[in-house]
Design a protein around this ligand. Structure first.
Ligand SMILES: [Zn+2]
Length: 598
């Protein structure tokens, strides 16, 4: 492979847990965590591990997750198992768990891993120890405070943004998944500390939100940006809207950090999608955002034709690394998935682009009008910040199970697959966008979002224009009560929290950054429970072939032993052949019945 040379490369940290591919939503379910493992294996075999630091994330704790989510909901996720669902019928309904968001073995741990990577990436950026952090297991943008939605249970994005807000005045969230980033938008709907920008299919499509006219509320008015799209958008059209909108957003909002959700269901040929982007069109967004030289957290998201998800996220990792990789796929554990061409790039289809230039221009103009309404670089009050969620390890001997660890790939990627995970056959399109199989969108809950209440009002203008802000603690306000009064009964914590002196991680001797004071939390307050530190592990360079054996397992395995670097000739053994064909029709994401033509 040819790594590009020259230029000032950025430092990239990448988070991956070798267990993540073992979680299985169930037969016929389009969401396949296995795609994360396929991505990982492919990018290893491209040699991309040489250019970045690879970490195994800690498993996010209950305390970390309830920085946003309600205690009841997270307790439920921690408790529910396939064996005990009959005892929890009522709660399953209440939390929208059971259908699109099934109960499966290890569900809670899956959420911990997904969230752990995103929060750890945010902490890494806050410490200025990386320019870009990547967590392909994150990006689960539909999860709500007290409700699962759209295959998402815990909103790792909201939690990562909350972490970034400790150090950054303004955080920009950009979502290129084909579905509206409703969970993130809702969380920050009434604050100007986070701007959410989502490009998505709109009209008879899940989740039914994301109208052009949804622009935020109260302090957050004009800080939610929605670009509704029709079927078939292609690379050229996408670039012609994405770049100018983001340029204007950058100019007007001047964010200090960016979170980019790279849902790959906006690619051509996605099992649930209806856009027509190639990898290049999709990754152009990553490249464009990256050029603003802001701390950048790159996350996964949707993506249901899993061979293309692996292609896309591998390619986007290479784009982040500024490293050219050949179109010819290297041999990898899942090589047979990529036939018949065994190429990296995909061809868009000949489907019609229903987004006419006229339509796109009109929407763009409307969005620009809204963006002109915001003051340049809205400021916020400065104040001490709470502790980091992930602490620096100080005790070398202390190697807590939960720590983010520099990865040993050999150890980490040994796994067990579910039968069926090897099958890409479900991806072949038989489940595409079942328009009939939809239910009404769940009611829109808006006004006074939970997180809005935690972020500060912008009363003081901030001066910074620098691309790389110093890690200055940023204030967050005490949570007030917004719309959450409805659900507030679930919580009994005081609204204002006393400064937490020291929430010591169990096995931690000291914390590095601990300017703790008033912590701000979406609804309830909770002391941070820092999860230990990150520990880099040497990369074992020989990707281990996976073998389908047993049911998903989740125990920790980490190896610190470095192994010799692989040569280009070292090929892993062939991957197991595809097995289980899809039987049940996949539960399509429910399109909305709500129609509000933009
Ligand atoms: Zn999606």
């Amino acid at each position: 492979m040819a790594f590009t040379s020259g230029g000032s490369k950025k430092k990239i940290c990448y988070y991956y847990d070798g267990d993540v591919g073992n979680y299985y939503y169930g037969q016929g379910h389009p969401m396949k965590p296995h795609r994360i493992r396929m991505t990982h294996n492919l990018l290893l075999n491209y040699g991309l591990y040489r250019k970045m630091e690879i970490y195994r994330p800690h498993k996010a704790s209950f305390e970390e997750m309830t920085k946003y989510h309600s205690d009841d909901y997270i307790k439920f996720l921690r408790t529910i198992r396939p064996e005990n669902t009959s005892e929890y019928n009522k709660q399953m309904q209440r939390f929208n768990v059971g259908e699109d968001c099934p109960v499966f073995d290890g569900l809670y741990e899956f959420c911990q891993i997904s969230t752990g990577g995103s929060v750890a990436g945010a902490v890494k950026l806050n410490k200025q120890q990386a320019d870009v952090a990547i967590n392909w297991a994150g990006g689960l943008h539909h999860a709500k405070k007290s409700e699962a939605s759209g295959f998402c249970y815990v909103n790792d994005i909201v939690l990562a943004i909350l972490e970034l807000l400790k150090y950054h005045q303004r955080v920009l969230y950009v979502d290129i998944d084909i579905h509206h980033g409703d969970g993130v938008e809702e969380a920050f709907y009434t604050t100007d500390r986070v701007m959410t920008v989502s490009f998505h299919k709109y009209g008879e499509y899940f989740p039914g939100t994301g109208d052009l006219r949804d622009i935020g509320a109260a302090k957050g008015k004009y800080y939610a940006v929605n670009f509704p799209l029709r079927d078939g958008i292609d690379d050229d059209a996408y670039e012609r809207i994405f770049n100018p909108v983001l340029s204007k957003v950058m100019e007007m909002y001047q964010p200090n950090a960016v979170v980019l959700q790279c849902g790959a269901d906006s690619l051509s040929g996605d099992r649930l999608g209806c856009f027509n982007l190639s990898l290049k069109g999709h990754a152009q967004c990553v490249d464009f955002i990256k050029k603003f030289n802001l701390p950048l957290l790159i996350l996964g998201g949707g993506g249901y034709t899993i061979r293309n998800v692996a292609r896309c996220w591998t390619y986007e990792t290479s784009v982040a690394l500024e490293c050219d990789i050949p179109n010819e796929l290297p041999y990898n554990d899942y090589f047979e998935y990529f036939g018949p061409d065994f190429k990296l790039h995909i061809q868009p289809s000949n489907m019609q682009n229903q987004n006419t230039p006229d339509y796109l221009d009109k929407i763009k103009t409307r969005l620009f009008e809204n963006l002109r309404m915001i003051p340049h670089a809205p400021g916020v009050q400065m104040a001490p910040i709470p502790e980091d969620s992930v602490h620096e390890e100080t005790d070398e001997d202390d190697n807590p199970k939960n720590a983010d660890q520099r990865f040993s790939i050999r150890a980490s990627d040994k796994r067990i697959a579910n039968e069926g995970e090897y099958s890409d056959s479900e991806d072949e399109g038989e489940g595409r966008r079942n328009e009939k199989n939809h239910k009404s969108p769940r009611k829109k809950v808006r006004a006074g979002s939970p997180v809005q209440n935690m972020v500060a009002d912008a009363s003081k203008k901030e001066e910074s224009n620098e691309t790389k802000p110093a890690p200055t603690p940023v204030a967050v306000d005490k949570p007030q009560n917004g719309k959450e009064e409805i659900k507030e009964t679930e919580k009994k914590e005081p609204v204002v929290e006393e400064p937490k002196k020291e929430d010591k991680p169990v096995e931690e001797s000291a914390s590095t950054t601990t300017p703790s004071t008033e912590e701000v939390k979406p609804t309830a307050t909770k002391s941070e429970t820092p999860t230990k530190t990150e520990e880099k592990m040497e990369v074992d360079e020989t990707p281990e072939k996976s073998t389908p054996e047993a049911p998903p397992k989740t125990e920790e395995k980490t190896t610190t032993e470095p192994v010799a670097a692989p040569t280009e000739t070292e090929k892993p053994a062939p991957a197991p052949a595809a097995t289980a064909p899809a039987t049940a029709p996949p539960p399509a994401e429910q399109p909305s019945t709500e129609e509000k033509a933009p």
